[in-house]
Design a protein around this ligand. Sequence first.
Ligand SMILES: Nc1nc2c(c(=O)[nH]1)N[C@H]1C(S)=C(S)[C@@H](COP(=O)(O)O)O[C@H]1N2
Ligand SMILES: [Mo]
Length: 233
Amino acid sequence: MSKSISRRQLLQWSGLSSASLLLNSCGSNLWSKEVGQAIEPLNQATQALLLTQKPVPEYSLEQIEPDKLLINTFAQTPQIDPAKYRLQIEGEVNHPMQLSLNDLQTMPLTSMVIQHVCVEGWAAIVQWGGVRLQELLRLAQPKPNARYVYFKSADGYYESWDLVSATHPQTLMAYQKNGQSLSADNGAPLRLASPIKLGYKQSKWVTQIMLTNQLMPKTGYWEDRGYEWFGGL
Ligand SMILES: Nc1nc2c(c(=O)[nH]1)N[C@H]1C(S)=C(S)[C@@H](COP(=O)(O)O)O[C@H]1N2
Ligand SMILES: [Mo]
């Protein structure tokens, strides 16, 4: 079991990973594949993903629609003590880890204004603030065989995403909504937010992120009840 990681380790690992990004972009012709793989903390497949992802145009702050984001929860809002909360990242990664809210909040904050679309027939322009999932995966270092990302939530909800969508620059693990701390009903302390997926893909109250090399029989709470798996926007 991994202990909660220190800020120093966090910075160390992120430093290592960005160094490898630089190495890979300018040094890939200089080293043989084997040497490259041995010194490379983040695998080439994942790095290639990071480089190909185009951002979706965002809205302006004036366009936010605070009243239009409806609470949509299949069960009940779970009670989570923010001080005890830990996000676990595990599965097909070189560095399984547990992050506290403080760990997450010392990482770079990304803010975006996007449209949230629910298949039940409503949509809302929302500002989300949080950490890029891409950044968390950079720290955890997906193994070369990792292809899917599972999200487990405190209310029993579960989801799975393809790794490409999960590493999109606008896929956030959000802890803010419209400039304020996320409310419990909207998924506090931590939820997924992304302009490339439908509402049901955006898990609230995420406690566990698990990378896998294949899709497991249960792909998602609503998918297992007939919704389409990719859920793209
Ligand atoms: N854990 C969890 N996440 C969830 C849900 C849920 O019931 N439980 N509902 C999903 C659906 S269908 C939508 S549209 C959005 C709604 O987010 P909101 O309640 O913050 O508006 O959360 C998604 N994430
Ligand atoms: Mo939804």
